[in-house]
Structure formats: structure tokens, C-alpha cells
Design a protein around this ligand. Sequence first.
Ligand code: HPA
Length: 262
Amino acid sequence: MGNIGVIVGSGLSRLQSSGEDYSPNIDITPYGPTSASLRQHELAGKHIVVLARHGQKHSIAPHEINYRANVWALKTADVNIVISLFTVGGIGNRYGPGVIVIPDQILDYTQNREHTFFQDHEPVTHIDFTYPFCEALRELLIHSSAEANVDVVKNGTYAATQGPRLETSAEVSKLARDGADIVGMTGMPEAALARELGLCYASIALVVNHAAGRGQGVVTGSEIENVYAQGADRLFNILVAAVPKAEQLGFELPDPIRPGSG
Ligand code: HPA
């Protein structure tokens, strides 16, 4: 049985700022340093390993995050279940500010990010990514939300954009035509790297603003901060309900595909 990891995005500072260093050596990986030290917390009587995706001081932009180091360090800390927290913009009608989503699909628009552990790798290795989130963990998060009395939308397609700028309204219209429901900047390559290392990875996403052109006027920081403040407690309550059960979670991920090596 492995550990439970939580990758914390913008906010949820009560998890980011407390806790003990997990193990200082784990923060330097073959891929470079992680965004922040891994920290060990007790949540609902269980140990979890927490990583602040943007760094302890929120100083690392989405395109600057060392996703490979972060995912590698979690694996090295014996994590096998990863709950990843995101803030996102909402595109579809069901995804207004304040809504919490357990996404089930991904569209990747990121560029020039180190996005694989299978670089110069022999034999050539592919992962199946038909269902990019670990279904067993998604189901657990959905059940835990109900248990914690927190309404969630049980599915949604997450579009990962490059950032750090927000999108134009035409770009958001294109994302909508492509089938995206929510948009963020950090879901990829994080989710794919987790799959490459065999981690059961799923996400809880809090919609903090209408994506560009979907609300009134432009997107503002104060709008985002307000929603985050209101949403953080609900995210936390889902985690408190999910963590004790995540420890016993059984899951299966597709085997890596190595053409020609069998
Ligand atoms: N676009 C991209 N990323 C985001 C947004 C958005 O509107 N809101 C929060 N993260």
C-alpha cells in the first residue's frame, strides 16, 4: 500500500503552509528540483504527502513548473494515489464560478513543456490515455463529495492551455467547439506523467471565473480571489472524506505499450 499525494494549486494555503518536510533529499530529482519541498500532513487521521505546484510562495508560473520533477518526487515518496487540485475557468453553462468539477477528459493545447519520462527511452514506450484520469479515484471523489454534502459536476473535459496569459474570447469559443467544459494551465503534462509512472491520478477542479468571453466583461483577479475563498472549504471537506478511503483503493491502469518488443 502506498501513500496518498495531494498536488495543491493556487490557494488552499492551510495545506501548503503547514506540515513537516517529508524528506529533503526527494526534492532534487534526476529531472531537477521540484516546485517545493514535499510535506507530510495528517488529514482525517491519515498521512498525506503534499506538494505545492506553484512553489511555496506561488512564484512558479504554469509554463515554468517542472512537472517531471514533481511527479517523479511523489513516486519516490512511495505515493501511488494522487489527488490533484486545480482552479479553472468555466466554459459550459453547467460550469459557472463556484462549481466544483471532477473532470473525466482532457484536451491538451500546451507547448514546449517537458512532457514525458520516455525520452531517449528504450524500448519505445507509449501509454494508453483513452481515459486520462484514474476512474477508481474519480468515483471515490464523487462519492466522497456526496458524503461531505458538497455538490460537484461529475464529469467535464479539461482543456490545458499554455499560459501564463489567459485566453482570448475567440480561443475560448474554439475550446468550446472542441468540446472543452473547463480551462486551466497545469493539468498537462502532469496527468500524462502520472500515468507514465503508474500513479492513480484524478482531480478536483474549482471554477473560479467565467472563461474569457463567457461572462460580463474581462476576467479580474478580485473575481477569482473571492470564489477561491468560498470554494476552499468545500475542496477541503471533499479531501477529508476521501483520504481515509483512498488508502484502501484498488485500481487498475492500462499496461504500457512497447511495440515490437514482445
Ligand atoms: N483560463 C486558464 N486557466 C485558468 C483560468 C482561465 O480562465 N482560470 C483559472 N485558471
